[in-house]
Design a protein around this ligand. Structure first.
Ligand code: NAD
Ligand code: UD1
Length: 341
């Protein structure tokens, strides 16, 4: 079976391609807007079968039509490709709406023209919940107005997929709402590779320890949490990658068109302070940090109720927080060619 992975050279996509390649033949479509071509070689060095790469801008209808013409024999699509920087989306909302929504529309337009069944998985985010009313967050949590254009694109894309699945009997779909993916493949051949200054906590920590950044700023320690720093649900990227395989297999087994959503998190909340302490304990490296102002849009605490994925998809996270943090550091060291054990 052939699976199309959009955004497959990105952080989560590349890890998912490795897991997919154990059973499926994989075609990546990516325009490299937020990834590097070197990832393809790194990915193929650990993939179980060679993945194919097509440089395609999914905003471009003609390029997407060409992609489907060439690979019309796909049985599944995992749609990772999107822009994902929350802050940038506030500054450039049109870019985010155009990229994230048009890419999806172009793909679904092609899917509609196929006469075969398509199992479709969409990368959604816990950001669709905004400030949660209840913790842990279940899939029943009401969806409120998004905080950012990025979050809004995730809500809109989920709705587009749901409406399309109702009309297209060949389309079976799942939106996976990721919590906070961290860490890297155990080989340290691939990992998170932010272009420019990292926006997320873990790459900021590893780059600080690697000497690329002076110090980490903790965005506020006056939140309504036990130690005052924000709580998040950090999940190892390989566990997240495997959730896609389980979701894909679940869709294949389904006889009829369907559209479902699942939280993918560990169910455990960890504060920024706890992350720093765990990182220091499991790597033996000191993290230089200071306490700074709150970052706009951050919520006190989010963590998942993941029972739906556990029960329905027979998925469960396997890696501990320490393993995830250690793998993030191993990747940073490997990538920067550091040998300061
Ligand atoms: P990433 O930026 O590393 O990967 C996305 C990939 O998509 C990149 O390789 C980029 O070049 C490609 N891409 C973007 N627009 C494209 C276009 N128009 N045509 C072709 N390729 C395009 O991001 P990631 O962290 O791997 O995230 C993957 C998906 O998961 C995204 O949809 C993101 O919104 C979602 N998500 C990520 C997180 C997270 O913390 N990383 C959390 C929740 C949801
Ligand atoms: C961010 C996005 C969210 C997206 C998620 C996964 C924002 C506001 N939210 O979530 O939409 O779904 O990534 O991609 O950008 N922190 C620091 N210092 C730093 C970096 C982060 O203290 O230099 C703190 C943050 O305040 C937060 C925690 O670390 O409390 C995690 O931050 P981050 O990795 O950016 O993820 P989220 O904010 O949860």
């Amino acid at each position: 079976m052939k699976v199309l992975v959009t955004g497959g050279l990105g952080y989560i996509g590349s890890h998912t391609c490795v897991e997919l390649s154990k059973k499926y033949s994989v075609v990546i479509a990516d325009n490299l807007i937020n990834s590097k071509i070197e990832v393809l070689e790194r990915l193929n060095s650990i993939a179980h079968s060679r993945v194919i790469f097509e440089k395609i801008d999914l905003r471009n209808k003609k390029e997407v039509a060409f992609l489907f013409e060439k690979h019309g024999d796909i049985t599944g699509i995992i749609h990772f490709a999107a822009l994902k920087a929350v802050g940038e989306s506030v500054e450039k909302p049109l870019l985010y709406y155009e990229n994230n929504i048009n890419s999806l529309l172009n793909i679904l337009e092609q899917v509609q023209q196929l006469n075969s069944e398509i199992n479709f998985i969409f990368s959604s985010s816990c950001t669709v919940y905004g400030e949660p009313l209840n913790l842990p967050i279940t899939e029943e949590e009401p969806i409120k107005k998004a905080y950012s254009p990025y979050g809004e694109t995730k809500q809109i894309c989920e709705n587009i997929i749901s409406s399309s699945s109702k009309l297209n009997m060949n389309l079976k779909s799942i939106s996976l709402r990721y919590f906070n993916p961290i860490g890297a493949h155990e080989s340290a051949a691939i990992g998170e590779l932010p272009l420019g200054k990292p926006q997320n906590l873990i790459p900021y920590i590893t780059q600080t320890v690697a000497g690329l950044r002076e110090e980490l700023t903790i965005f506020g320690n006056d939140y309504n949490t036990p130690d005052g720093t924000c709580i998040r649900d950090y999940i190892h990227v390989t566990d997240l990658a495997n959730a896609h395989i389980k979701a894909f297999e679940y869709l294949i087994e389904k006889e009829f068109s369907t559209n479902e959503v699942f939280n993918i998190g560990t169910g455990k909340g960890t504060s920024v302070m706890e992350i720093i302490k765990s990182f220091q304990d499991c790597t033996g490296k000191k993290v230089n940090y200071k306490i700074g102002k709150r970052r706009e849009g951050d919520v006190d605490a989010t963590f998942a109720e993941n029972n739906k994925a556990l029960d329905t998809l027979s998925w469960s996270p396997k890696y501990s927080l320490e393993q995830a943090l250690k793998s993030a550091w191993n990747w940073e060291k490997n990538y920067r060619k550091l040998n300061n054990e």
